[in-house]
Design a protein around this ligand. Structure first.
Ligand SMILES: [Zn+2]
Ligand SMILES: [Zn+2]
Length: 564
């Protein structure tokens, strides 16, 4: 094979970057960087120069880099390159593609903060973890965040908060056009899925909507009838169904349900002598329902099925028996237990967080800042925890404290041996402890399970925080016997968190459903690091609904969540 000099230069440059990333000898780094430049500008046949050994006469190429080039020219992956690749997680190599990040800064992010992928980097920025890191600061954190988001936009699935913002942007634009009555969000987003591959919208209007759709850059799907396709401004693929008001409900049903849900609905229609289509429910040629969803489900002898449950997992049998759960709603929420302040790694004070919660109409707010082991997050020792507790008591004693009670809690690290990181003497003065894993993700399944079980059995533990440690599109959860953990939570009266941060949504809805079967109480926690973060609760609410949670299944709906 012939080795292109551009490819050879790229391989040399990769080695230079990875050597630097691993903190190796700067001379060696420079040797590979220099060789890359020389090879790129090389005149003559690279292969011939390398085979004859005359490559050593080229300025910038030394013994080590010449040997490296020889392996390349012979069609092998050089041993050094292979070794470096093996020692560098793929996600860490991807970090080098974030604009503004060189090997030194990627090394700091990886070694100091344990960041191993662009998704984790984005999350760390949102938690303000780059601010204190040498070589970074508030301004560079903001530019890193912007750059990593740019990189992430190129991926295939989207987090729900970004997808909603794309959907709302496009819906506004479409809704402002002539001939459009309303725009409805359907698809995975409406079903409360944890990530989204593409948007589904239903545009209701009387036939003149085409120009509006074109104006938004959408194109009719060939032979697709009322279907249009395109991308949102941010690049998310979108499919739009156009429907007249008389068929709006049918279009929404068709654009919302999973394939399995829709198949089951169609079969049910057929066995009742009807036919379900995207423009209505028909008996022969006569449309018997279609204007709204309720009419269609009703005509099929079913309760209206909340969108979150339309996954084709037995919901129609329950709807036929009138046995669907009454799902928890936003109006049922009184507060949340796990939120941060500027005392650890948040950006707002206790009082600012409390006022933001009041504005959301909550009647209580749990503060749970980091514990001392989370030194990267400015975790609180006994003294600072005491000072925070005093400020919380002052709030509760004041006028606003009568409208919103603040609970003084702690997000205690679960140490690798399962001990809760609660400072000496603070156990009794705290209202609640949220126990979370923030380190030693790589323990094997047995050790990780033992560790978390020990934490759950500690009588101080009220909530198990982000129970699997996953970051959506960035990091899988740690190895864990979750079933054993959920059973222990049921036994010891520990609530399991649905972390509502759109990067986590952990516990996920399938496991949350299992937790409910076991009689475990759930708590939706925004894990807010700023006042605006409290509103993230809505993403966790979608997960709880998707798991089939009713009001009584959640601590969030209680007036006194920490009562006996
Ligand atoms: Zn945490
Ligand atoms: Zn937290």
């Amino acid at each position: 094979m012939t080795m292109d000099r551009k490819d050879a230069a790229r391989a040399l440059r990769t080695v230079a970057a990875l050597l630097e990333l691993h903190g190796e000898n700067p001379h060696r780094v420079r040797a590979f960087a220099n060789a890359a430049r020389s090879v790129e500008r090389l005149e003559g046949d690279l292969e011939e120069l390398v085979t004859s050994g005359r490559i050593l006469e080229v300025k910038g190429v030394g013994r080590g880099t010449a040997a490296f080039l020889r392996e390349l020219v012979e069609g092998r992956t050089p041993a050094l390159l292979q070794d470096l690749m093996d020692r560098t997680p793929e996600g860490v190599r991807e970090l080098l593609r974030v604009r503004g990040l060189g090997p030194k800064r990627v090394r700091a992010l990886w070694r100091e903060l344990g960041i191993q992928s662009p998704g984790e980097l984005e999350y760390a920025c949102l938690e303000n973890r780059l601010v204190e890191l040498p070589g970074f600061g508030p301004a560079s954190q903001a530019s890193v965040l912007e750059a990593v988001r740019f990189l992430l936009r190129a991926r295939e699935r989207w987090l729900v908060d970004e997808a909603w913002s794309e959907a709302e942007g496009l819906a506004r634009e479409l809704g402002a056009g002539g001939g459009v009555d309303r725009v409805m969000v359907a698809g995975e987003l409406r079903r409360g899925s944890e990530t989204v591959g593409f948007l589904e919208l239903v545009v209701v209007g009387e036939g003149t909507a085409g120009a509006v759709l074109e104006g938004c850059g959408l194109k009719p799907v060939p032979a697709g009838g009322a279907l249009w396709e395109g991308r949102t401004e941010g690049g998310l693929p979108v499919r739009v169904t156009v429907a007249p008001p008389s068929a709006a409900g049918a279009a929404l049903v068709a654009a919302t349900g999973s394939g399995a849900h829709l198949e089951a609905l169609e079969q049910r229609a057929v066995s009742g002598g009807l036919r379900l289509a995207a423009d209505g429910l028909f008996s022969g040629d006569e449309r018997v329902a279609g204007e709204d969803e309720e009419g269609i489900y009703d005509r099929l002898g079913l309760q209206w099925v909340p969108p979150e449950l339309r996954e084709g997992e037995g919901e129609l049998e329950r709807a036929a028996a009138g046995a669907l759960p009454e799902l928890v709603t936003a109006e049922d929420i009184r507060g949340a237990l796990h939120n941060h302040t500027s005392d650890s790694d948040g950006t707002a004070t206790v009082e600012e967080m409390a006022r933001a919660a009041l504005e959301l109409g909550w009647s209580w707010l749990g503060i749970a800042d980091h514990s001392p082991a989370a030194h990267y997050a400015n975790g609180l020792d006994a003294e600072r925890l005491g000072s925070q507790a005093a400020r919380i008591a002052a709030w509760n004693a004041g006028g606003e404290g009568r409208r919103l009670r603040v609970f003084s809690g702690l997000e205690a690290d679960i140490l690798p041996d399962g001990t809760l990181d609660v400072p000496e003497g603070c156990g009794e003065c705290l209202d609640h402890v949220v126990a979370s894993v923030h380190s030693a993700f790589h323990l094997d399944r047995e050790a990780q399970t033992r560790r978390i079980l020990a934490a759950v059995r500690d009588p101080r533990c009220r909530v198990l925080g982000h129970p699997t440690g996953r970051l959506l599109l960035a990091r899988p959860g740690y190895a864990l016997d979750l079933e054993a953990v959920l059973q222990a939570c049921a036994e010891h009266g520990v609530a399991v968190e649905i972390n509502a941060n759109p990067h986590r949504l952990d516990l996920d809805w399938r496991n949350a459903r299992r937790a409910l079967e076991l009689g475990v109480k759930l708590v939706i926690d925004p894990d807010a690091h700023a006042t605006g973060g409290l509103a993230d609760l809505r993403w966790g609410l979608a997960v709880a609904r998707k798991a089939g949670a009713a009001r009584e299944d959640l601590l969030n709906t209680l007036d006194d969540p920490l009562g006996a």
